[in-house]
Design a protein around this ligand. Structure first.
Ligand SMILES: CSC[C@H]1O[C@H](OP(=O)(O)O)[C@H](O)[C@@H]1O
Ligand SMILES: Nc1ncnc2[nH]cnc12
Length: 295
């Protein structure tokens, strides 16, 4: 199907720390995908959930081999698009920047602050320049469906929240953590940018469910974050994340038109480079991304 049409959708799931595969899928196959931007983090797991295609990608690769700054976000998003994914659920472990969000809480993210600086953040470049809108960086419709699924599963959650994206891989200092708190951020992690930006450029709906694993390092009453603590909480909550995927899949199975927020038409009016000045090699490299809008 072309993006924006009424019809069937394909859910893609990007699994974060501790979520390296998905159970309950039938007819599964790990598929190797190559892209014009290099290789994704791993093979992608395709399968069926209740008769519907689902694609899963472990963000850091199976065995957690790739650190945040070395993730090939462009290849990951491109590979999902190649396999027909139209809507992406990102599952992420995060630190809490709010007292009322203890480890084990789920937050359906609706905003980001991107403080990353060592990552390729766009598919576009010299010879084909584009500026997509990002005021609402996640898809509100997909966020609502995630919330419905969490309600049905009786999983306590917060519907909205701002995810502060840091470069890492080291965790924050106390001064940084307090700065982000003073900015009103709810949670902190290292991976959702530029992932969300690239999903928008690729005209895919993207939404994040963040699983709180720690209180970062600002809270006097709690130990500072450690990998050990993160993994313990992720393992304890992995079942909930998997149930969420199962409950969400049928809800995103069909859409009645283009995403009202414009995720599926994000490139309309975004490409700046005049037709006569577009680099044919860039057009070729970006053909999967731009074919809906440029033909
Ligand atoms: C092991 S804690 C740090 C690691 O976990 C989060 O990754 P993800 O969003 O893929 O779950 C965080 O951003 C760091 O990459
Ligand atoms: N406190 C934290 N900071 C950054 N990324 C995280 N992922 C999980 N906890 C985190």
């Amino acid at each position: 199907m072309s993006n924006g049409a009424v019809g069937e959708t394909v859910l893609g799931v990007i699994g974060g720390s501790g979520l390296y595969d998905i159970d309950g899928l039938e007819n599964t196959r790990w598929v190797k995908v190559t892209t014009p931007f290099g290789d994704p983090s791993d093979e992608l797991l395709t399968g069926e959930l209740a008769g519907r295609k689902l694609v899963f990608l472990p963000r850091h690769g199976r065995g957690h081999r790739i650190p945040p700054s070395e993730l090939n976000f462009r290849a990951n998003i491109h590979a999902l698009k190649q396999l027909g994914v139209t809507e992406i659920l990102s599952v992420s472990a995060v630190g809490s920047l709010k007292e009322h969000l203890p480890p084990g809480s789920f937050v359906v993210i609706d905003q980001f602050i991107d403080r990353t600086f060592a990552r390729d953040k766009t598919f576009f470049g010299s010879g084909l320049v584009a500026h997509v809108a990002l005021g609402h960086p996640v898809c509100g419709r997909l966020g609502d469906l995630i919330e419905q699924a969490l309600v049905e599963l009786d999983i306590p959650h917060q519907r909205r929240g701002t995810y502060m994206v840091m470069e890492g891989p080291q965790f924050s200092t106390v001064a940084e953590s307090n700065l982000y708190r003073s900015w009103g951020c709810d949670v902190i992690g290292m991976t959702n940018m530029p992932e969300a930006k690239l999903a928008r450029e690729a005209e895919m709906c993207y939404a994040t469910v963040a699983m709180v694993t720690d209180y970062d390092c600002w809270h006097d009453g709690h130990d500072h974050v450690s990998v050990d603590a993160v993994i313990k909480v992720v393992v304890a909550n992995a079942g909930k994340a998997r149930s969420l995927v199962s409950a969400l899949a049928p809800k995103v199975a069909r859409r009645e038109g283009p995403c009202a927020q414009g995720c599926h038409t994000a490139l309309d009016n975004a490409i700046m480079t005049a037709p006569g000045h577009r680099d044919p090699a860039m057009l070729e490299k970006l053909s999967l991304i731009v074919k809906r809008t440029l033909g």
